[in-house]
Design a protein around this ligand. Structure first.
Ligand code: MEV
Length: 309
């Protein structure tokens, strides 16, 4: 029996634009998903017999990477699925790592990140490697269309390519506010693509989001939380113009802004979660709760996918 775990993530800057090859920054947080796997006589998920056909991530991982017999799979998570915190990526990377370990093989980060990206792309359509690479590597990653320092790996898909880098981040306290609305990523990514295909203004916004992320990298280097917060607010406004925010996200963001350096939606949007960068986390969490959301106070600087003892 093997248990692997992987972290959730928040995208500090650059979601959606990263799908088009623009720069983005994503940070792993101290909420983890654990996946326990053992050999069995039938496939099962969390104690229920399961063909796994309705679970594209587990099914995809088994199809591409498992040659052994049936498996019992148990998952448990510190964060909800569909919350924009990266549960699909975390289930995929932790399951891949557990299977690999059952075969007696070493867990190579690059192999997990590439394999998980393939599986997520098949399940979601037009994804970028941001979620799967952050879940694999942990800490924080910068994804860019160009090579920078601290390169981890490089992934190509159709005409797009992404260089994934390790990103040193200062210790930060973030508050996640889950709206309770579960929003699948695929349709939101497709919506932005349709908008960008027919509208120059949308394409300009995507480029501007990339510029904001590049400015954000400098803020992280200089530990400039005030400027980073202002960039988050600008980024959120642009994401809202792209049509991926919603009333609940805007309500939470507006309510916490007086107590935060900045706040924005995180992940695909359309529901899911927002984040606030703040040094008053308890106060911000209370506001989110009062507005009907579920707050998580999170810390950064956590490891990526790993085998649990
Ligand atoms: C989802 O966490 C981030 C998106 O940019 C999609 C992706 O990059 O695959 C919305």
């Amino acid at each position: 029996m093997v248990t692997a775990s992987a972290p959730g993530k928040v995208i500090l800057l650059g979601e959606h634009a990263v799908v088009f090859g623009q720069t983005a920054i994503s940070v792993a947080v101290d909420l983890r998903l654990r996946c326990k796997v053992e050999l069995s006589d039938k496939f099962s998920l969390n104690g229920q017999q399961h063909s796994l056909r309705g679970h594209p991530y587990l099914c995809g991982a088994i199809r591409s990477h498992w040659k052994g017999g049936p498996l019992s799979i148990f998952t448990d998570s510190d964060f909800p699925s569909g919350s924009g915190i990266g549960s699909s990526a975390a289930v995929t990377t932790s399951f891949l790592a557990a299977m690999r370990s059952m075969e007696g093989k070493a867990i190579e980060e690059e192999w997990v990140a590439r394999s998980a990206f393939e599986i997520e792309s098949l399940a979601q359509g037009r994804a970028s490697p941001i979620d799967t690479s952050t879940s694999t590597h942990g800490k924080a990653v910068i994804i860019d269309g160009k090579k920078r320092e601290n390169l981890l790996w490089h992934i190509k898909r159709d005409t797009r390519e992404w260089y994934i880098h390790d990103c040193p981040v200062p210790q930060m306290t973030l508050v996640i506010g889950f709206t309770g609305i579960s929003a699948p990523t695929g349709p939101l990514v497709a919506k932005v693509k349709r908008y960008a295909d027919k509208n120059t203004f949308a394409r300009e916004i995507i480029v501007e989001i990339g510029d904001i992320s590049r400015e954000g990298i400098a803020c992280l280097k200089n530990n400039d939380m005030e400027r980073l917060g202002r960039l988050m607010v600008r980024d959120h406004k642009l994401l809202a113009i792209l049509g991926v925010s919603c009333n609940e996200l805007d309500k939470f963001i507006n309510a916490v802004l007086p107590y935060s350096y900045g706040a924005k939606l995180t992940g695909a949007g359309g529901g899911g979660s927002m984040i606030a960068l703040t040094d008053r986390p308890e106060q911000v969490a209370e506001i989110i709760k009062n507005k009907g959301g579920t707050p998580f106070i999170v810390r950064t600087g956590v490891p990526g996918v790993k085998i649990e003892d």
